[in-house]
Write a protein that binds this ligand. Sequence first.
Ligand code: S3P
Length: 174
Amino acid sequence: MNKDSLVLIGFMGCGKTTFGNWLAKEHGYTFVDTDQLIEEQQNRTINDIFAAEGEEYFRDLETGMAESLSLRSDKIVVSVGGGLPVRPVNRAFLRQTGRVVYLKTGIDELERRLKGDTKRPLLAGGNVREKIENLMEQREDIYTDAADIIVDTSGRSFQQIYNEILRFIKALEV
Ligand code: S3P
């Protein structure tokens, strides 16, 4: 663990990857995206992994990834797949990796961003809004429980989100 590392959690489409990339570039962290790393290691897309091996297999890959991230001592910002915090053991690994930040985004905004998405197997087929609502109902408490810091992303610039994270961190340290 590096106490400066930041772990970004939240629902699909909340902006973990885009914000994480920005943060890493602007503030000199190494950026890590769990989905991207899994795809690279497996040499296939998440859609293909789900289709060929099923969800549990993917979840096991995530647990392996979460464990290896918890062992890193360099300063990283991690964007974490939306379902990774669901397993309690993964939440423990995330806490061992760095400060866990929940990027909280409203359902309407998520629906706007995720409509037409083809890369996320859990949203494939049927009504996207219903799928978002059902998953969010299962996960909202989990994200809240996993987080050291909760930031509402609505209408905020990346710099404002980062400033708020820093304010929270200062408050945690006193
Ligand atoms: C998932 C979220 C996705 C990806 C996979 C499953 C989920 O990551 O890990 O499709 O269960 O919420 P993003 O949150 O980066 O979209």
